[in-house]
Design a protein. Structure first.
Length: 231
């Protein structure tokens, strides 16, 4: 899998950013209470109602940071971004590039693209009940491949499957509850894995945004990374 480490992310503070055709920009959103000022009234209300401080800070940074990034592409102010939702919750902004957000262990990432995209990021240190979850959400072929592995390799392979599957259902807009069972993944050693969603081919690109994270991008057509930015 490709490894895009922290030192390779470029700070970005300029408007009028343009994504090339079939290109994708990856963003890291660093936690900051500055982003809270950009929340919509509804988001601010939800922010205030979150009791857990860590979850609250993560939500405020993710949603406010996402608005600030959208503003780089649209030229409007972050607080003026018209954040909308599809029927099952996938966010979009009319007139803005396609995007998707993922966060784990207090770190937040977003993908912005010229075509629909799904992104999922997970901590490589995450401990999960691999067998139980695989039986519930994986295909028989995927489950059998996982059973042949042991120890750290098994845990990492499970997470690779998981981020690919989540990226696929986030791309589809159906979400985990409705779509995870229909996401099929054929892992490859180079991270250019192949996917299928309800009979439709999915292009997957696995990568490591940091040493302790695993991630995957999903799209209906091949994408090429054109920038790694952070705010």
């Amino acid at each position: 899998m490709d490894s895009f480490l922290q030192s390779e992310w470029i700070d970005y503070e300029v408007r009028d950013l343009v994504i090339p055709a079939r290109g994708v920009h990856l963003w890291q959103i660093r936690p900051s209470r500055v982003f809270i000022r950009y929340l919509s009234p509804g988001e601010s209300l939800r922010y205030e109602r979150i009791v857990n401080q860590e979850v609250r800070d993560s939500y405020g940074s993710a949603q406010g940071g996402l608005r600030r990034i959208v503003a780089f592409y649209t030229g409007c102010l972050p607080e003026e971004v018209d954040m909308c939702r599809e029927r099952r919750g996938k966010p979009y902004v009319p007139g803005a590039p396609e995007f998707n957000l993922s966060h784990t262990a207090g770190r937040m990432f977003a993908a912005f693209s010229s075509i629909p995209v799904g992104l999922d990021v997970e901590s490589a240190r995450r401990t999960v009940r691999t067998e139980a979850l695989a039986r519930k959400f994986f295909s028989p072929e995927e489950t059998n491949r996982l059973r042949m592995l042991e120890g750290p390799i098994k845990a990492l392979t499970f997470l690779r499957y998981w981020v690919c599957k989540e990226a696929i259902v986030k791309l589809s807009g159906d979400g985990i509850y409705y779509g995870l069972r229909y996401a099929r993944v054929d892992l490859t050693s180079d991270g250019r894995s192949r996917g299928d969603y309800k009979g439709r081919n999915v292009w997957l690109r696995e990568f490591r945004p940091a040493k302790d994270l695993v991630a995957a991008l999903a799209s209906w057509e091949p994408l090429e990374a054109k920038g790694f930015f952070r705010i």
